[in-house]
Design a protein around this ligand. Structure first.
Ligand SMILES: N[C@@H](CCC(=O)N[C@@H](CS)C(=O)NCC(=O)O)C(=O)O
Length: 169
């Protein structure tokens, strides 16, 4: 959804405006904008009454500010497309990911800049899904990229980025 991505027009057609995040939940036929509404919806629908994660008792605006500062430090990496446009016969990649990982973040930035569609498999600490990656790749370490188009799979953020640049830039 980086600036220049063809997916932006798709979102405008679907939701009515270009604004991210936009959540589509086919399980409940729910579609919605607004981060706070989305978080409330996820907690209510899938959190069994719990609120996911911890939170300082601070206004939500401070969450937005500190996250924006993180992006500013990265000089906006990942927010603009370098290579927009549809690819023929392209299967979405899969990224085994942890949200707070700096190594995963730089891979996500590259995927976004290259406008590559991908499925995220989040593996936070404590997730039972971690065992599947250990079985698949040999160890629990993220990021781990699977490319069904070339049947390549790999660990190591710098290797993944070099691969993506070579294959898709
Ligand atoms: N050199 C690796 C480092 C990756 C790394 O240290 N990943 C951490 C998350 S930031 C990890 O998978 N830790 C194992 C765990 O969370 O159990 C890379 O650049 O990809």
């Amino acid at each position: 959804m980086a600036q220049g991505s063809a997916r932006r027009a798709e979102l405008v057609r679907r939701g009515g405006k270009m604004q991210a995040p936009y959540l589509v939940d086919p399980n409940t036929a729910t579609e919605l904008y607004e981060s706070d509404d989305i978080i409330r919806y996820l907690n209510a629908t899938y959190g069994a009454g719990e609120r996911a994660g911890w939170r300082l008792p601070l206004p939500t605006i401070l969450d937005d500010v500190n996250s924006s500062l993180a992006s500013a430090v990265r000089l906006g990496r990942g927010s603009r497309c370098r290579r927009a446009g549809r690819r023929e016969r392209f299967e979405p990649l899969t990224l085994f990911n942890m949200e707070g990982s700096p190594y995963c973040r730089k891979v996500r930035e590259t995927l976004s800049e290259l406008d590559l569609e991908y499925i995220v498999r989040n593996l936070p600490k404590g997730s039972p899904k971690r065992a599947a990656l250990t079985r698949r790749g040999g160890k629990m370490q993220v990021p781990y990229l699977v490319d069904p188009n070339t049947r390549r799979e790999m660990y190591e953020s710098d290797d993944i980025i070099a691969y993506l640049e070579g294959q898709y830039a």
